[in-house]
Design a protein around this ligand. Structure first.
Ligand SMILES: NC(=O)C1=CN([C@@H]2O[C@H](COP(=O)(O)OP(=O)(O)OC[C@H]3O[C@@H](n4cnc5c(N)ncnc54)[C@H](OP(=O)(O)O)[C@@H]3O)[C@@H](O)[C@H]2O)[C@@H](O)CC1
Ligand SMILES: Nc1ncnc2c1ncn2[C@@H]1O[C@H](COP(=O)(O)OP(=O)(O)O)[C@@H](O)[C@H]1O
Ligand SMILES: [K+]
Length: 485
């Protein structure tokens, strides 16, 4: 259930299922029934208004209205447009509804304890305007509970963007698999609770569609975790070089602690000799080396991974260092200043990426590097990954991770506690630590985001960046125990 399907892929799944012998009207009956079941599971009987649009989303509404009324609920139904204009399965189910069909208007909101929003689903084709926009405003201004069918009307299922205006739901019931817009902002916030329900589309059909996007979950990457072997030694777990700046030393200290907690065998902070004592005094298990010995450090192939950027400083020397590191084609994580240093010349950075590289920009850093790439977050991450050859991770509440081969994952964890200085440094450190242990770059980026998110929800209010690395053993133990089952 972790695959995320675009609206076109969803239409494809519907079509393949219908071709496989389940008629469209049965799929629609199943869809309506799952929403009905969710409603009666959540709420006791109350007055309901079902708001139906002119397409199949509206068709689902006729099924829901009928089932609720058969159950003894008081139901009103409003339709946008003429009933004669309904087509196919929606027309079929409209005929099964023997209650009154009102004109869709804000009058339906008055006195309704529960509103079922079936105005638009996957077929939303342009901005909502005029009378329908007024209706959306009335729904959002009301005190009624709102259940949206498939997506909150007005939310674009592919991007999570608002098309003119959108319903704010308390519960959204979608079918078969989620769409990107259920997890990308602002769509995610408008969905309320999300229920993904089976309507008879098989896993086989979903796999035939070859999804390339998933909700970030251990299912995706747990087979790629490099747990230490019984007979292993520290060099089997990688030796990460973390490049430390001279002013913001805290950033690389966070990187180092996070990487070490992720399981890396050895970690050396490489910095200007003048600040080595600061790094050396931080943690006894962290090693330090002067940047003046860089050539020798890089000639030692056991130094198999690099992380540079947090607190490193923006400028020419950072650019040269990054290019020198990328030339070696070893596992590399670039964050913060390592990215901003290429704002004037991003193509040089893209050209230099050849080995396993993860870049972890927040929105501001992303825009500086890829000013010409627009669209929703998923599309932008994918375009940047394709262009650069790096795994691109755009941070935020709806972090997206995209690999150059087109795979992508969206994090759907509610952990606003992570929005605190230094938390991104920790993320870079975790990912670099996992890559140093030999994990594939996309898997490492996804696992890093997941560990980070779980730390955010586990620790919760009061979280500071320093807490995250020390919480990792608790979560890693869970993953490790699960891997032994
Ligand atoms: N077997 C199946 O397929 C199943 C499908 N299922 C359900 O079907 C839903 C998809 O149905 P759908 O394709 O009919 O799209 P839907 O969202 O109802 O709207 C299309 C209509 O809206 C109109 N319209 C669009 N934008 C507009 C705007 N801004 N302002 C005004 N009008 C606008 C558009 O008009 P047009 O652009 O053609 O002029 C068209 O008439 C899906 O979300 C799920 O709930 C389930 O039952 C499971 C089985
Ligand atoms: N509202 C939010 N919900 C969940 N995670 C968030 C939220 N805001 C920020 N984050 C996460 O916090 C981290 C902040 O990183 P960043 O912006 O690089 O800060 P810093 O450079 O101070 O470490 C990122 O991993 C980001 O995804
Ligand atoms: K809807």
């Amino acid at each position: 259930m972790f695959e995320i399907l675009t609206t076109d892929q969803m239409y494809d799944a519907d079509r393949k299922t219908i071709d496989g012998g389940i008629p469209g009207d049965v799929l629609m009956e199943n869809a309506g029934r799952t929403v009905f079941e969710e409603i009666i599971r959540h709420w006791s009987p109350r007055s309901v208004s079902v708001l139906c649009g002119p397409g199949n989303n509206g068709g689902d509404g006729f099924v829901i209205a009928r089932l609720l009324r058969d159950e003894g609920w008081s139901v009103r139904l409003g339709l946008l447009g003429e009933i004669e204009h309904l087509g196919g399965d929606a027309a079929f189910h409209a005929k099964q509804w023997d209650g009154a069909t009102e004109r869709l208007s804000p009058a339906l909101v008055v006195g309704a304890d529960l509103i079922v929003d079936c105005i638009f689903g996957a077929g939303l084709a342009r901005d909502i305007t005029g009378d329908v926009a007024d209706l959306v405003a009335s729904v959002n201004d009301s005190i009624s509970v709102v259940v949206s069918v498939d997506v909150p009307s007005g939310v674009d299922g592919n991007s999570g963007c608002i098309m003119g205006c959108a319903i704010k739901a308390d519960l959204t019931v979608t079918f078969c698999r989620a769409k990107p817009g259920h997890y990308l902002l602002p769509g995610r916030q408008l969905c309320g609770e999300l229920a993904i329900r089976d309507i008879g589309i098989s896993d086989q059909v979903v796999s035939e569609i070859r999804p390339t996007c998933w909700r970030n979950d251990p299912v995706l990457w747990r087979a790629g975790i490099r747990w230490p072997g019984l007979d292993g030694h520290k060099y089997h777990r990688g030796h990460l070089l973390a490049f430390g700046g001279t002013m913001m030393t805290g950033a690389t200290r966070l990187v180092a602690r996070a990487a070490r907690r992720s399981g890396v065998g050895l970690l050396t902070i490489v910095s200007d000799a003048s600040v080595l004592p600061v790094y050396a005094a931080d943690a006894p298990g962290t090693m330090t080396a002067s940047i003046s010995g860089l050539e020798a450090l890089l000639n030692d192939c056991r130094h198999n991974a690099f992380v540079v950027g947090p607190g490193y400083g923006v400028g020419d020397s950072t650019r040269s260092l990054v290019l020198q590191l990328l030339h070696l084609c070893r596992s590399t994580v670039l964050d913060a200043d390592a990215l901003t240093s290429f704002s004037d010349d991003p193509s040089t950075l893209c050209f230099a990426v050849q080995g396993p590289t993860v870049v972890t920009p927040h929105e501001g850093e992303f825009t500086r590097l890829f000013p010409d790439i627009d669209g929703d977050k998923l599309a932008r991450a994918r375009a940047a990954a394709k262009r650069s050859g790096a795994t691109v991770l755009i941070k935020g509440a709806d972090t997206v991770i995209a690999a150059p081969d087109g795979r992508a994952a969206i994090s759907a964890v509610d952990a606003p506690w992570l929005a605190t200085a230094g938390s991104g440094d920790v993320l870079a450190g975790v990912i670099a630590g996992l890559m140093a242990q030999g994990m594939e770059m996309f898997d490492a980026a996804c696992m890093g985001v997941w560990l980070h998110g779980r730390s955010g929800t586990d620790i919760g209010p009061g979280l500071i960046a320093e807490d995250i690395p020390d919480h990792l053993p608790v979560i890693l133990r869970e993953l490790w125990l699960a891997s032994r089952k």
